[in-house]
Each structure stands twice: as C-alpha cells, then as structure tokens.
Design a protein around this ligand. Structure first.
Ligand SMILES: Cc1ncc(COP(=O)(O)O)c(C=O)c1O
Length: 381
C-alpha cells in the first residue's frame, strides 16, 4: 500500500539522536535552544518556543493571547480538531468561519461579514486561528487588516505550512500574525516524532509562551515577585503545563530542518506531476495563488462526478492509500453537543464530501506516483 504521507529519516538523523543519548541531557540540554534558533533563522521570526506538539502549541498560544472563560475564539471547520480544541481548553467558546471553495482556506469575505455582524452584537472573538490548509498560506494581508480593525489576536495554525511562503516571507515569519504554530508530527514537513513550536516577533508573547509551556515557572530574577532565596530559586507565576520538547526530539528536528528545502523541492515536483497528469480527469485540483508557494503537505483533489466512498475503496483495493482531510470539526459529536449542526458551514461540508488526499511525501518514487496516476485514471475514466 502506498501511504498518503510518510516521514523520511536518514542516517544523519539517527546519528543526531544517538548523539544526545550518549550525552548528559536527554531533555533541557543545549539542543532545544539550538532547534529554536534554527527555526527562527529559517522562518525569519524573532522568537521561538519548542513544544511537544502543535496541539500544545495552540493551547499555549491561546493562553499567551489571554484567552479564558467567557472569551470567544474563531477558526475554520476544515481542520483537525486541535485547531478548535485549544480554545475549549482555555474555557472559551468556539465558532467557525467557512472556507473558500478554491483555496480551501478561510473565506475572507465570509470573515469580514461575520466580523461586522459580531461587532454589531458586541460579540467579537478575542482570537482568530487561521489554518494554512494543505500547506498553502491564507491571504494573510487581508486577514491581518481585518483583525487589526477589530483588535483581534491572530494565530496561524501552520501545522501544514513549514517550508511554504507567502509574498516574500516564509510561513512562520509572523509578518502578518501575532503567533504561528508548527507541527513536527511524522507526516508533516519535517519531524521530531511528536513535536511543535510557536513563533512570534513579540517579546511579551515570547515570555508568556515560555511560562505556559514550562509549568508557569521562571528562573529569571527580573520576573520574581519579591526577593530570590538564592541560586536554586524559581517562582511559579502562572498555571502552566509541561509541554516541553526533549533534546532527543529536538536533535531529530534540527537534523531534519537541514533537509527541509530539499523536501520542499521534491514535494513541489510531485505536485507538478499530479497537476499535469490529472488535468483531464473529472477532478477539481488544488490551486496555488501567485503570491504563495505551498509547502505541499497534502495534495487534495475533489471528485466532480464519482462517489467518494466507492473511489476510496477501489483505490485502497489496488494499493493506493488515499486518505480524507478532514471531517469538519463542527460535525464531530463533541461539537454537535455544543450546538453546531449539519448545514452550518456548507462549503467545508461539500469539500469533505468530495475530497481525497493523494500520496505525497519526499520519498515517494516516480514509479509509485505513476501507479497512483494510472490507477486513478483506470478507475475514473
Ligand atoms: C491543522 C492542524 N493543526 C494542528 C494539528 C495538531 O498537530 P500535532 O499532532 O503536532 O499536535 C494538526 C495535526 O494533524 C493539524 O493538521
């Protein structure tokens, strides 16, 4: 079975992890700060806090933004549940803005209308979390001007986005956002097994992110309330969590980051081959707008004539492991219980009904990709 996504770990990666195992610190040594600095250098962001998953990153980003009980957070339905759960962890309420059917990212005019209405009801969100779906950046410039107009904190869920760019900047640069959250889960652009990071250009947010990801505890005397008891002293200032990344994971991430550009090049090549080979099939193909370079985390097609379930099963029976991203969050039983229902976000629901994710990962061979294309053609034509 050709999977839809897969990590690519080589001997250099293995050596980097073994090196940590032979050294003094498995966690909280020098490799996590090195990985954080390398992520800043790559993306252009000023500050980075490495965490043990993007899920944790989204949680601490919401906490750093001050989200708490009674607040409202908005995101898109077309994402993994983590993009919305982070608001609920903080005791806030969640609502969604539908997606644009072409980009599959947040629909900026739907956002504008919803903001106008929310302002008139005095029910604006504190935070907006946009998702760079499949690795394609949202229209950040337009979104930023809307969030500035209404004083909303803007968080990018870039779990799919590391390596992609928007205008002249890398995703993660935080040029148009307050914070950007990355994921290093194995199918993502690079992996640290589990892992994530939050990037920001604001020192105040950086301090809060560090606190919330590390038990709310500081060893910085300048932040202490009252006097230090001595060199061993630390203080807990917030109710934080243990969301730290270990040095072993950071060593894998750091070694992988050196190969990110070559991974991106291979992903883009594979996407181009799909673009050209699938153009005459009854499929709606992904579109990349001219101001963006996608990180190509996912190559998603929509079936325009065929039943998705049937095609999914036929492809699997022939060894092509297509997948589906995502079941709209508001249709999950947990979210239905909160009052959301079928029909609330029709574009996301329509996309979900027809979408298929084709195999795309750096080690996919030309022969494997030809098999995917030929099998699709055989089934659809
Ligand atoms: C858009 C999005 N956000 C967040 C996450 C959570 O990432 P992690 O597995 O690193 O917690 C995922 C995972 O698939 C995702 O796709």
């Amino acid at each position: 079975m050709i999977p839809y996504g897969k990590h690519l770990v080589d001997e250099d990666d293995i050596d980097a992890v073994v090196d940590v195992l032979r050294n003094q610190f498995l966690t909280q040594g020098k490799v996590v700060p090195q990985f954080e600095q390398a992520l800043c250098d790559y993306t252009g962001a000023k500050y980075c806090v490495a965490v043990n998953s993007a899920t944790s990153g989204l949680h601490v980003a919401c906490l750093a933004a001050g989200v708490s009980t009674g607040d409202l957070v908005w995101t898109v339905p077309n994402s993994f549940v983590a993009s919305a759960n982070c608001a609920l962890y903080c005791g806030a309420s969640i609502d969604f803005v539908d997606i644009n059917p072409t980009t599959r990212n947040i629909d900026v005019s739907a956002l504008e209308n919803k903001l106008q209405h929310a302002a008139s009801q005095n029910r604006l969100p504190k935070v907006l979390i946009v998702v760079h779906f499949s690795g394609l950046s949202c229209d950040m410039q337009s979104i930023r001007s809307l969030t500035q107009k209404y004083s909303i904190v803007l968080i990018e869920d870039a779990a799919h986005g590391l390596g992609g760019s928007y205008q002249q900047s890398k995703i993660g640069s935080c040029v148009y956002a307050d914070m950007t959250v990355l994921s290093f889960h194995p199918v993502k652009s690079i992996t640290s097994a589990e892992g994530g990071a939050v990037l920001t250009n604001q020192s105040g947010l950086h301090e809060k992110l560090k606190l919330f990801a590390k038990h709310g505890v500081t060893k910085d005397p300048e932040q202490y309330q009252g006097e230090s008891h001595g060199p061993w002293y630390y203080q807990q200032l917030e109710l934080g969590y243990n969301y730290r990344l270990s040095d072993m994971q950071a060593a894998l991430g750091l070694s992988q980051l050196k190969k990110l550009d070559s991974f991106m090049q291979r992903r883009a090549e594979i996407a181009k081959v799909y673009d050209e080979a699938l153009v005459n099939l009854p499929l709606k193909l992904p579109v990349v707008e001219s101001q963006s370079q996608s990180a190509w985390h996912l190559y998603m097609v929509e079936l325009t004539l065929h039943d998705r379930q049937n095609i999914y099963q036929q492809l699997h029976a022939k060894g092509v492991g297509v997948n589906v991203h995502y079941i709209p969050i508001h249709l999950q039983p947990y979210y239905q219980q909160l009052g959301f229902k079928q029909g609330d976000f029709p574009v996301s629901e329509h996309f979900y009904q027809h979408a298929l994710t084709l195999p795309l990962f750096p080690s996919l061979t030309d022969e494997e990709q030809t098999k995917v294309i030929d099998t699709l053609r055989e089934i659809l034509v």
